[in-house]
Ligand binder design. Structure first.
Ligand code: ADP
Length: 162
């Protein structure tokens, strides 16, 4: 069984992430969405909240597991017996950072491959950061987020403003 690990911050999960997960399921028998706590990025949502939101969005999808990891990603990948790391590639701006990470991970664990997938064009400009900006300024979120995630994001921003 081919297992792919899709790591990220998912603060919060967007249709861009979901698009990558759906595409990964065409290549892998099972996809493990692995949330990194990433406190240095000062996430808007706690780790538990992010996991909970991903589980809501993934409810209908089979062969997807949602979990979290601490420490080195390659250690997690090897412990899990997975075959590859999955990353999404948007515009050229993602490339340099992703290239660096993939080569660093290969240096640490040479048998761990990284697979890059491109999202549908309509999501290729989408990031959790941009979505948080749009939400802060009261923009519509339904084209980018699952309705429950849009609701939670609006609530969180409202509570931060008050
Ligand atoms: P990280 O902090 O690890 O970059 P993110 O949650 O921002 O975590 O992203 C996780 C992965 O999903 C990354 O590979 C990122 O490039 C990819 N990704 C995020 N948004 C999109 C999108 N709209 N289309 C394709 N890939 C995306």
């Amino acid at each position: 069984m081919k297992i792919g690990i899709y790591p990220g911050t998912f603060d919060p999960i967007t249709h861009g992430h979901t698009d990558i997960i759906r595409r990964s399921l065409r290549v892998f028998d099972k996809v493990v969405v692995a949330v990194a706590p990433n406190p240095s990025k000062h996430p808007l949502f706690t780790l538990t909240e992010r996991l909970d939101m991903i589980r809501i969005v993934m409810k209908e999808l089979e062969h997807v597991e949602v979990t979290h990891f601490d420490g080195l990603l390659v250690d997690f990948v090897q412990r899990f017996g997975a075959h590859a790391i999955i990353r999404g590639l948007r515009a050229i701006s993602d490339f340099e950072h992703e290239f660096q990470m993939a080569l660093m991970n290969r240096k640490i664990a040479k048998q761990v491959e990284t697979v890059f997938l491109m999202p549908s064009e309509e999501y290729s400009y989408l990031s959790s950061t941009i979505i948080k900006d749009v939400a802060t300024h009261g923009g519509a979120l339904t084209a980018f987020l699952h309705p429950e995630i849009a609701h939670r994001l609006q609530e969180r921003i409202r509570s931060l403003k008050s």
